[in-house]
Write a protein that binds this ligand. Structure first.
Ligand code: SAH
Length: 379
């Protein structure tokens, strides 16, 4: 961790710094050592283009300069613990942070795209009933360096294994990105400005953290937004997604209006389809009325069963019917195929199999909610 590292060793964590700050710090460092300014450019290329894990790898720098960098700066380079490859080409990486926390990211090939699904927190505090990360509880925020490190490490791995170039980034791994804006927003800027990922190829997925949506709307870059909606009305949604009680649907919709007004960006709604819970055609009608005002796209994701709730994914016919209702009402909808199921890389599964601690007490709460959700929504 950056702060921890600084406190313990006095070194500055370089990968978490905004590009200008990193450059300034490097320029001062080299200047004080009587080195020419082009050294900054050399280091920049190693950091942002070649994804080195240590100063030692910066082979066009004199050995003494590499050592001096290592005394002054640190690189947040989580250790790659394992890689699991799915039959469908999906690759899941498990990273160990400096303090032992485990975080996962997933590379998903689809056509000419290679999408990296990244984590923003270790664990998650949002407690969505169908999400394995939600059940396992919250551990801590990831730092900017740790978030960016998932991209660097995955890009490096993809290069070494000839898996291709990463084209898209989605914050749909562990955690709620808009509950960690202090680290996620600088990471978004770094990924966009320094690592060269187009803003429109970066999607922040949120369960509906209204203040975060409003902040994202104000940013000059055109980052994309996905909203995990899962239900078209307050009663049903609050039984699936606890944040609905804090930021109910009307407040969420008002924030989305501001987001759209600020940049004209298309919003994606994610809707996890759970049999008999939220997949009735009448709910599709209700959803169409709710979001009809937006230039939106709906992703219907079949529920990926996790240990705990006794739920099943909506059967294909039911999914199709729901999608048809939306399309008939002029809303674009796609049924998503869960990827990487055989390696537990599908939605909501990340990290669960590595859990060692007992689940948090709100597990009990979920069990209560489950009944309410199950009884309230069938057609
Ligand atoms: N906290 C953010 C991002 C992480 S979850 C958010 O809520 O959007 C990424 C997506 O996976 C969300 O749409 C979430 O609802 C979905 N998801 C989580 N668990 C799932 C499961 N078991 N089956 C299907 N989709 C799931």
């Amino acid at each position: 961790m950056a702060e921890q590292d600084r406190a313990e060793t006095g070194r500055v964590e370089l990968l978490g710094l905004p590009a200008e700050e990193a450059e300034r710090a490097l320029a001062e460092h080299f200047n004080a050592r009587g080195q020419r300014p082009y050294r900054v450019r050399q280091v920049r290329a190693w950091l942002y283009e070649r994804d080195v894990l240590s100063f030692e790898e910066m082979t066009d720098l004199p050995t003494a300069e590499r050592a001096a960098l290592g005394e002054r700066f640190a690189l947040a380079t989580p250790e790659l613990v394992t890689t699991a490859r799915s039959a469908d080409g999906t690759a899941k990486h498990l990273w160990r942070m400096a303090d032992g926390e485990l975080v996962e990211s997933v590379l998903i090939p689809a056509g000419d795209r290679l999408t990296l699904c990244m984590s923003s927190q270790a664990g998650c505090a949002m407690a969505c009933v169908f999400c394995a990360t939600g059940w396992s509880g919250y551990r801590r925020q990831l730092t900017t360096g740790e978030i960016v490190a998932q991209y660097r490490g995955s890009r490096r791995w993809a290069r070494e294994t000839a898996a291709g170039s990463i084209t898209n980034l989605v914050f749909m791994g562990m955690g709620e990105p808009l509950m960690n804006r202090k680290a996620v927003f600088p990471a978004l800027s770094l990924l966009n400005h320094s690592y060269g990922v187009g803003a429109r190829r970066i999607t922040v997925s949120t369960v509906g953290v209204v203040p975060g949506i409003l902040e994202l709307a104000l940013r000059p870059e055109q980052f994309r937004l996905a909203v995990s909606l899962h239900a078209p009305n307050h009663e049903l949604r609050q039984s699936i997604v606890p944040i609905e009680r804090k930021h109910p649907i009307p407040e969420l919709m008002a924030a989305l209006r501001e987001f759209e007004a600020a940049g004209g960006r298309r919003i994606t709604f994610e809707y996890t389809m759970i049999e008999g819970v939220n997949d009735a055609p009448a709910l599709a009608e209700e959803l169409a009325s709710l979001i009809g005002e937006f230039h939106a796209h709906v992703n219907l994701i079949p529920y990926n069963p996790i240990p705990g709730p006794d739920w099943r994914p909506s059967p294909p016919l039911r999914l199709r019917r729901f999608a048809e209702v939306l399309v008939e009402r002029g809303i674009e909808a796609t049924v998503r195929e869960p990827r990487g199921r055989d390696i537990a890389a599908a939605c909501g599964q990340l990290r669960a199999e590595h859990e060692t601690k007992a689940p948090k007490p709100y597990l009990q709460l979920h069990r209560g909610d489950e009944g309410a959700a199950g009884s309230g929504a069938a057609d």
